[in-house]
Ligand binder design. Sequence first.
Ligand code: GLA
Length: 685
Amino acid sequence: MKKFSPLSKDFPHLLLGGDYNPEQWLDSPEILAADMELMKEADCNEMSMGIFSWDSLEPEEGVFQFDWLDERMDSIYKNGGRVILATPSAARPRWLAEKYPEVMYAPRPDRRHLFAKRQNQCLRSPVYQEKVRIIDEMLAKRYANHPALIAWHLSNEYYGRDCRCQTCRLQFREWLRRRYDNDLKKLNHAWWTPNWSRQVQSFDQIEPPENGYGEVMIPGMNLDWKRFCSDTVYDFVKLERDAVKKYSDKPVTTNCMNFFERYDHRKVATLLDFYSNDTYPTWWEGLSDDVVARYACFSALCRGMMDGKPFIQMESAPGINMAHNNFRMLKSTQLQIFEAMLFLAHGSDSVLYFQWRKGRGGCEKYHGAVVDHYGKTDNRVFQAVKTIGGMMKNMDGVVGTTICADVAIVSDYETRWAINGELEYNKDRNGYQAMTEGSFAALFKQNVAADVIGYGADFSKYKFLILPPPYMMTPALAKKIKTYVQNGGRVVSFYMAGMVDENDLTHLGGAPGCGLRELFGLRIDEMTCYDISIGKCGYENAVTYGGITYPARKHAEIPVLEGAKALGSYQKDFFAGTAALTQAAYGKGQAYYVAFQPEQSFLDAFFTDVLQAAGIQGIRAVRGDGHIRVSCREGDGERYYFVFNTSETETQSVILEEPMTDLLTGAKVTAKTSLPPLGVAVFQA
Ligand code: GLA
């Protein structure tokens, strides 16, 4: 595995820093001067600037002022820092919305947002696109060769708003014309419109789905609308990328959002030079392996966006997070360090924060920041960040290394849209993600690395594939999965596999469709969905596997076996005793089918067994007591082991198979060591 540095080769360091908003302090030169001193003091080396600065950069249409940004770029560079410079399109200036009201988002054709907040523009508005292109090109031209610049940050968390303004309505129709070759017969078939007498006679009759006075009861149409909205983001990212690339050859990214499903992040990733992501671990659920695994899984998703390459963790919170949930929990210093190292352990080349300094006003003034309103360095959060900075200074070797995983979880946006949009059976809108994260967590507890990849990835480099409900299936994908197993791969599929095609039309002839019955050696005869608010209806099932009975509280289907053997069976109802979990040999490989929606306890037991059967072991070179979790980043022949004690109360021992250097202390560690509660170590082999 070769190292790949997401950022320019001339700054080969892990990045520490984050969103810096000097435009809020332009009348306080003493604060701006202090920022530079504090940046050095905290061992921070990066500032993300310009993210919401449009009205400070272009206060009137066509009138630009860059002097303050020039000065900040120069100062940061002089003080040893680097800049990831944003395009400001996430928040438009007031003059723009006033003069061209059509740039604002319209949830309904007759109702537009007033100028307010952010991320509520119409990304298809020609005026908006033109104004964004102009400011982006101005920035790119001006800063392309600035020595502080290391990358471009396009906009901020593209939100994928489903705008229904006149422009979007018309463009949706055009988009449908292209998708269905201008052939209404094709569209009517895909949307199954004779159902409830809803046949379309002209593309001009089509309105976007709207839950109020409009249509939302045609799943195929809903799916196309999601695709259209996702393509809207894609096209806009492309517009911004092209504007910047016209003048600058610095790498381009945009900050994505874990499993946020409003747009296909994987498609957008094809436009980027490196992937970056915002994650705000809340920790309020308590610290368990499952919770830690969830955040590691987000990182696995980011790596999987770019074929395993490291990514940039663009935002997280230093201290308290005031924005993303209602429970504002303080993080201990140790937890702050744990969180930062967790990002690095799973493939990030940075720990970047929102925000560098707390503003005096605005709705984020109490959101965690490296620099508090207090303004000094002797407060806990500043010191925690400084400690993290000190640790990261010794870890330059980690830059560009990645994780070599034997297992991949295949998570697809369109499949998720389809199964989550399923109107009748799937009442649990979280099942797809729960199976993704739950499978990851089961492996994580065995110290087995997994990537989260898309259907387009090369399956052959993995020994094991996990398919969260692969509800939507095409012949080409089914062939790819079958070939993989035929050649010796192992696959675990969750329920509702291969039920529909790309238009959400069911496959005829028995599910799983597209020839997957042959692979799994079964046919799904019937399925049932239990009430997700269990307790109210009390109707649920249970599955016995390996002598233990596990709950099946959400979804269960009854397979008819056509060659597969049962590994577990239902315990209740008229179908008690029938298979709930199966295994079938196919070619040189094995195909497992989980016919119900399990909970974590089942996933932990089941994956322990299937990994063992596949001969996949957790990391051995560094291992330890029950709460020790290890990941390994490697590249150019170097190996770095990140070791975590996930217990909040117990010290855990760690065994090393060969002497290694502890990068955080510089000490040589030979055979055995220990980690205190929430302790972290990074060993170089
Ligand atoms: C998001 C945004 C930031 C900021 C943070 C607060 O992730 O990108 O601008 O609002 O939330 O947590």
